[in-house]
Design a protein around this ligand. Structure first.
Ligand code: PMP
Length: 360
């Protein structure tokens, strides 16, 4: 190896789900929303003229920050926005996990966490989910340098009740606890309201709690890249300090305009969520009848295993039939498929194929 290479920051990157270029596929592999964004988003995009593009965007993305703050009933100085929640999470790792002590997250979880930890040289330890894929709260009561977990967890879809989330936060007041709520809007309950188990319900009581959410799933804007964090003023100020030391213009004008339009169309948001939850219930029943089992999912995907046929085989057969789902060749979960909830029609096609393939 030439000597300069010894001094390169080497990382093993995260592997995103595939975005195949072929058109006539059923794409159930990256938890996108099957419905288009609110029509108000298209209208806002049509209005972004070249004058807006000529100038730098507002570095504070104030219009978007204000719209999110209004929607969630908090002041704007408690909202941070970024280029997808990946950007918000990466910035949070950089900002809050600087103690040198190991941070904690589950062994089966969003596989970007260990990548960011490695990138930023943050020591970490994982804690095993129990046999039903639940996060065991007491695993997080020991001394640590910070905590992060998704709720619902990915790729399992399992939701941790708010009381248990609070227990983890309240027993860890000396570190920052991040709850990654990429999928929380899909929790059963009133469509579009703040979900009962969202940690947003706790932010007024814990200065060390940061809740991260995204427009990618429930607001159908994965391609636009908008994520946000809500927390105490102090946490948000520290995040902004780090952001402005890294890249002031993370949010482009188009994303700001699209994001504002999306967050303001609450009725459309609620309607889409209602449809996806209904499709999830239908799909769960149909899969159960075919011999699949899974934990209750409160997300827009199901994490399923079949009583007889290995997941790896099903993954390949589905692919052959142009139905793309996600398979993780990892310990403990290599007999599971993660299937995104698509439209009714897409799920009917999935079930029809599986019925046929399984000979039922
Ligand atoms: N958190 C979790 C748990 C996820 O599954 C994802 C989607 N890959 C993200 C965060 C990031 O989503 P985005 O950057 O599109 O907001």
């Amino acid at each position: 190896m030439p000597s300069w290479e010894n001094n390169v920051r080497k990382v093993v990157p995260y592997t995103p789900g595939e975005q195949p270029r072929i058109r006539d596929i059923i794409k159930l592999n990256t938890n996108e929303n099957p419905y288009p964004p609110s029509p108000a988003v298209q209208a806002a995009l049509a209005q972004t003229d070249s004058e807006l593009l000529r100038k730098y965007p507002d570095p504070a993305a104030s219009l978007l920050v204000d719209a999110i703050a209004k929607q969630y009933g908090v002041s704007s100085d408690r909202v941070f926005v970024g280029v997808g929640s990946d950007d918000v999470l990466a910035m949070s790792f950089l900002t809050f996990f600087a103690s040198g002590r190991p941070i904690l997250f589950p062994d089966i979880t969003y596989s970007f966490y260990d990548v960011w930890a490695d990138l930023f040289r943050i020591p970490y330890e994982t804690r095993a989910l129990d046999e039903n894929f639940r996060i065991t709260s007491r695993d997080y009561f020991a001394e640590n340098g910070g905590i992060i977990f998704p709720n619902p967890n990915a790729p399992t879809g399992v939701l941790k009740p708010l009381g248990e989330v609070e227990e983890i936060v309240s027993r860890n007041r000396d570190v920052v606890v991040i709850v990654d709520e990429a999928y929380i809007d899909f929790e059963d309950g009133e469509d579009g309201a703040i979900p009962a188990d969202s940690a947003l319900n706790l932010i007024d009581r814990y200065e060390n709690l940061l809740v991260v959410q995204t427009f990618s799933k429930s607001r159908s804007l994965a391609g636009m890249r908008i994520g946000y964090a809500i927390g105490s003023k102090k946490l948000i100020r520290y995040l902004n300090d780090a952001k402005y030391s890294f890249n002031s213009y993370t949010m482009n004008q188009t994303a700001i305009a699209a994001g504002v339009a999306a967050v303001e169309d609450q009725a459309y948001f609620a309607r889409c969520l209602g449809r996806i939850k209904a499709t999830r219930r239908w799909t769960e029943d149909a899969l159960r009848e075919l011999g699949f089992s899974f934990q209750d999912s409160q997300s827009n995907f199901l994490f399923v295993t079949h009583e007889r046929v290995p997941a790896r085989e099903l993954f390949a057969a589905l692919r052959e039939a142009k139905i793309i789902v996600r398979y993780f060749d990892k310990p403990r979960i290599d007999n599971y498929l993660r299937i995104t909830i698509g439209t009714d029609e897409e799920m009917e096609k999935l079930i029809a194929f599986l019925k046929d393939y399984l000979g039922q």
